[in-house]
Ligand binder design. Structure first.
Ligand code: SF4
Ligand code: SF4
Length: 303
């Protein structure tokens, strides 16, 4: 069993990633490239540096000599990173006194994570919560995820997996006995537009969702609501019809798009992909909720 993997964050007292109070562990690596991804620092498999240029101290040059690749320089008093040279070693982030350079991604062991997660067991018990493995795509580190799920099972901690659904179904089957709840993301039914906005086909994702539902796995479907991407009547109806066609009855979470990811993308040296898209209005959220509810889904707005 692989007892270590790469994560980019641990969020304590999370209340939108499954039932109750939870600890959410964010694993690195994802096969999708969703234009609206709110965790762009989770997409790459390897650690990478996030640059908070506004925090850089004008007269400071501490990090420059720490970089074995010569990837850093100061331009008009502000730090600049050449990502073509950077190998993500993290030496600069360790030395920066202003946290202007931060490493997104660190190798951790299963026992380290479980030690952190186990501290909140009283809160999980009180609230019906537990631990959620998110990302990125947690199934992109299967051995590590399996180790974490086994450890949760051994400690009696409720375990959820938040997934894009893009993984071999054999992997879902293998993990099924260890997962108390799948949070399954569903974006678009139209495959051509799914490819345009996420970089890959949705065929495997839809097939896996059907099979998972058929297997009786406990799951909730999560649909991000993104104006201009999947808020047209025909898109919402297609999503609602697909959910209604699933063998099991699963709660449906509508997740309103938000723009928090834009600043993160800039810190990673990436352009904003949907720069002009505003969050959905409350009218749109209500309209979308009604489309799903009409098909018999139990709709929850939010995580
Ligand atoms: S992560 Fe390593 S290679 Fe990249 S800029 Fe920092 S010190 Fe240089
Ligand atoms: S160590 Fe931090 S504050 Fe100093 S120059 Fe580098 S990024 Fe700026």
């Amino acid at each position: 069993m692989n007892s270590s993997g790469i994560i980019f964050d641990i969020k304590k007292f999370a209340v939108h990633d499954g039932p109750g109070i939870r600890t959410t562990v964010f694993l690195k690596g994802c096969p999708l490239r969703c234009a609206w991804c709110h965790n762009p620092e989770g997409i790459a498999c390897e650690p990478e540096i996030m640059v908070f240029a506004d925090r850089c101290i004008r007269g400071c040059r501490d990090c420059l000599a720490s970089c074995p690749q010569g990837a850093l320089k100061k331009v008009r008093g502000v730090i600049r990173l050449d990502r073509g040279l950077c190998d993500g070693c993290g030496a600069c982030a360790e030395i920066c006194p202003a946290e202007a350079l931060q490493s997104a991604g660190r190798t951790v062991s299963v026992p380290e994570i479980m030690e952190e997660a186990a501290r909140d067991i009283p809160f999980y018990k009180e609230s019906g919560g537990g631990v959620t493995f998110s990302g990125g795509e947690p199934l992109s580190q299967p051995a590590f995820l399996r180790g974490l799920l086994l450890a949760c099972r051994a400690q009696g901690i409720h375990a959820s997996v938040d997934t894009s659904g893009h993984a071999p179904f054999s992997l879902f089957e293998e993990l099924l006995p260890l997962v108390d709840l799948f949070l399954y993301d569903l974006k678009l039914i139209d495959d051509e537009r799914h490819r345009r906005y996420t970089g890959i086909s949705n065929r495997l994702i839809l097939e896996n969702l059907k099979k998972l539902s058929l297997s009786g796995a406990p799951l909730a479907v999560r649909v991000p609501l993104i104006p201009g991407v999947n808020d047209a009547d025909n898109d919402l109806r297609a999503l609602a019809d697909f959910c209604a066609s699933l063998p099991g009855h699963h709660p449906l979470h509508l997740l309103p798009y938000h723009r928090g990811y834009v600043a993160k993308r800039l810190r990673l040296g990436l352009d904003a992909v949907l720069p002009d898209t505003a969050p959905p209005s409350s009218e749109l959220q209500e309209r979308a909720g009604k489309v799903f509810a009409r098909n018999g889904s139990t709709v929850i707005i939010g995580g």
